[in-house]
Design a protein around this ligand. Structure first.
Ligand code: ZN
Length: 168
């Protein structure tokens, strides 16, 4: 099994587990709600920053080092369900996440955005979240086509330290 398939396998397992928990219909089954309720930011819960209404958390299954997720504390799936205050804080937290990634990693570019609904590629469609991750010229194309792998040069605790230090 190639590394690329291994990564895809992990992601599949993660997504499948999340989906089954969702089907059971309990908020305790939502991985993002569990993180939101897990207390102050720490390397253990992966929370880099938390505000009153939103938080920024390391993606436990990243596409790149420094891959952050920004989400409302409240369990909701639709952008249209956000209150004005939640929408404003979600945007300011996303802005701060992009700034922290820029300061911590000095990437060539950043992917920032959301997949709304499973058909759009959301792994956990029940709890709205935005992605922000650093990109380098030629990173995915080169590694995926030539080596069949993604580059993960650092562990999640190291990425957490780096982003917390860079967060304004
Ligand atoms: Zn949730």
């Amino acid at each position: 099994m190639g590394l690329e398939q291994l990564w895809a396998g992990w992601r599949h397992e993660y997504v499948t587990a999340a989906t089954e928990a969702e089907r059971r219909g309990t908020d305790g089954g939502c991985v993002f709600c569990r993180i939101a309720e897990s207390g102050p930011p720490s390397a253990d819960n992966g929370v880099v920053w938390r505000g009153e209404l939103t938080l920024a958390v390391l993606n436990a299954y990243p596409y790149a080092s420094g891959h952050l997720l920004v989400l409302p504390v409240r369990h909701l799936s639709e952008v249209t369900e956000l209150t004005e205050d939640e929408a404003a804080e979600l945007w300011s937290t996303t802005r701060a996440a992009v700034a922290a990634i820029t300061a911590a990693y000095v990437p060539d570019g950043i992917n920032m955005g959301a997949n709304l609904g499973r058909a759009a590629g959301a792994g956990i469609p029940a709890h709205l979240h935005l992605h922000a991750l650093p990109r380098w010229s030629g990173d995915t194309n080169f590694m995926t086509s030539v080596a069949g792998a993604r580059v993960m040069p650092e562990s999640l605790p190291v990425a957490w330290e780096r982003l917390v230090a860079a967060w304004d």
